[in-house]
Structures are given as C-alpha cells and as structure tokens.
Ligand binder design. Structure first.
Ligand code: TXA
Ligand code: MG
Length: 319
C-alpha cells in the first residue's frame, strides 16, 4: 500500500501506521496522542521504560520538541539531517513521559526517506516511531517484513520499498557540548567524529539510566545464532547440524554448510549493513539448526554490524 493520504488519515485519527525510513521501518503514531503512543507499545509488546524516537520534518521543528539545544547538535543536524542520526536532548513540556519513559530527555531525528517526509508534511504533529518489529525480534527492512510480523495488528503499512541503510540510526547524547555515543547505527562513528570531534562511547552492553532499552539481547532471530571469530572451528563444532553461514565477502568450502551468503562480494561495509537484517530474516525461515556469522572488521559500519550480531547472539553462543 502506498497511499500517503490514507496513512495520514489513520494518523490524524490517532491510530498507528507502519512507515518506511532510510534505516528500518517504523511503527508510527502522533507524538501528541496518548492513545496512539499506548497502541504502539501494545502492538510491539514493548515495556514502557523503553523510550521512543520523535521524527520531525525540518530542523526548524527541533526547538518545538527539545530545549537547551547545544550548538554542536545544530552543527550535526546541518551535516547529517535528513539522515540516520538520532540526538538525545532535553525535552520540551509538550513531549509526554509516555514518549520518554519518564526521562527529562527526548530522542529526535529527521528521517531521510521521501515518502515519510511527504507524510510528515501532511501532518501538523511529529511522529513517534520505534522499529516496527515485535520487542526483541529483528527490525524490518521491507514492507513485507512488517506485514509478516505485525500485519494483523495494524490498519496500514505505507510501502516505501526496501530500506536503503538497513540498520537503525546512530544515537548520540551530549554532556557539556561534547558528544556521547548511545547506540551504534547506520552513520559511522568516523563520520560523526569528523564533524563533532572525538565521541565518548557509553557502555551500553548493560542497561544504563542514560540509554534505557539498550538490551544485551536484542535484534534476535528465533534460530540459534553464533557470532564466530573462527568460522572453520565453528562449522566443525556443528558438523552434523543444518548450518546457515553469514560472511562478509568470502565463500567457505564445506559440505557441512547447508546455506551460505556473503553480505558484500565487493567488500563494502555499507552494502553489508544494508543486507544484514534482510539476510537474517531469510535465514530465520529456513529451518536451520544454527546460524553462524563471522565477526566483521572493527571499523566504519563493521562496528555496527558486530554490535547487532553480538546482541543477536547474546543468549546463544559467541565462539
Ligand atoms: O533508525 C531508527 O532509529 C528507527 C527508525 C524507525 O527511525 N527507530 C528505532 O527505534 O530504532 P527503537 O525504538 O527501536 O529504538 C530507539 C531507541 C530506544 O531503544 C532507546 O534506547 C533510545 O532509542 N532512546 C529513545 N529515547 C531516549 C532517551 N530519551 N534517552 C536515551 N535513549 C533513548
Ligand atoms: Mg528497535
């Protein structure tokens, strides 16, 4: 379905709609509607302490949502918006505790997808939108993924094609005008550091008060999942099982592997990131005994890919 007016109509009625963004699909509702916000949490089965991102249509709207905005935030907005950067700032009174999980800060971004920007332009309120997946499962990168996961629970899915970035936005906060990384994402640390100087990395492997909802286990397929530093050894360990293998660019010669896929034959981390969730969705449907993924290079979007693989693996095995 690709009728923007129809999607806008549901949102004006305080209902929820799945929307495309350049990162992943979001489950959107009016940021000013308690009814819509509650429905988002209910549909996702998401705990209320995990706050939502507010999506705005222009940089001019930032000051309506946030206050005490540091100059560096405007510099980053000018550099990367519309785009996959979310900034955590002090909230304005119009943003309810339901959106922020009771915190005094709010996460804001200006998404880089033409369909959703057009939708926002037809509305006189911003949209809160978490990723449109059930809590803890893989994020959706196509309208089809949303249909499979939440299709029976929501009235409308606005189809904007496959998500270009394929992983969620990078989230940063500020302390004394210096940037702090809350979540790795589709914008690399290196790109942010070029504009903002060195990023302090918040340890989000455990739940922290500054970044609630950064769960150790997250983005997980249903199939047992392993992140491996030595794929030959991992394949050997699961020799008699039905193995699915995810590599960066190499092919492994082994009869034990039932299905294998390289995320980027041309060795491109951005391409690999954009294929990550769609590949996991596909492998998760193949009745495999185990999915083994190799660890990616620790630079650029390789860091983001490793972060998602680590969280997918957290109650399985990291070999
Ligand atoms: O790319 C994205 O960011 C996608 C698209 C739809 O925009 N959205 C997304 O939302 O990934 P979600 O809800 O799955 O993840 C948002 C995360 C929350 O888990 C929470 O950790 C963080 O943003 N967050 C939200 N508000 C926050 C706040 N006030 N302080 C710290 N972290 C916050
Ligand atoms: Mg999410």
């Amino acid at each position: 379905m690709n009728n923007i007016e129809q999607a806008a109509e549901f949102l004006k009625q305080e209902d929820v709609v799945a929307i495309p963004t350049e990162t992943v699909y979001g489950l959107a509702g009016s940021a000013y509607s308690e009814k819509a916000i509650k429905k988002i949490f209910e549909v996702k089965n998401r705990p209320f302490y995990n706050p939502l991102i507010v999506h705005i249509k222009s940089i001019d709207d930032l000051a309506k949502i946030a206050t005490n905005i540091p100059p560096l935030a405007y510099k980053l907005a000018d550099a990367f918006w519309p785009g996959p950067l979310t900034m955590v700032l002090d909230k304005q009174d119009c943003i309810s505790d339901l959106v922020t999980g009771g915190k005094s800060t709010v996460a804001v971004r200006l998404p880089g997808h033409p369909v959703t920007l057009e939708l926002l332009n037809q509305l006189d309120f911003p949209l809160v939108a978490p990723s449109a997946n059930p809590f803890n499962y893989l994020s959706p990168t196509s309208a089809h993924h949303v249909e499979e996961q939440l299709g029976d629970k929501i009235p409308y899915i606005l189809d904007g094609g496959n998500c270009e970035k394929g992983v969620e936005s990078t989230i940063i906060g500020f302390k004394n005008n210096t940037p702090i990384l809350f979540r790795l994402g589709a914008l690399s640390m290196e790109d942010i550091e070029e504009v903002a100087g060195e990023l302090t990395v918040l340890n989000t492997s455990e739940n922290t008060p500054d970044a609630p909802g950064m769960l150790l286990k997250h983005y997980s397929p249903t199939t047992k999942f392993c992140l491996s530093d030595n794929i030959e050894q991992s394949i050997e360990q699961y020799r008699n099982k039905r193995i699915g293998l995810i590599t960066f660019n190499s092919t492994v010669n082994s009869n034990s592997v039932f299905y294998q896929i390289a995320l980027s034959n041309k060795n491109d981390l951005e391409e690999a990131a954009s294929n990550l969730f769609s590949t996991l969705h596909n492998l998760d449907k193949m009745n495999l005994d185990v999915i083994i993924a190799e660890r990616f290079p620790d630079n650029g979007l390789g860091k983001t890919i490793n972060d998602r693989l680590q969280r997918a693996a957290s109650d399985s095995t990291i070999l």
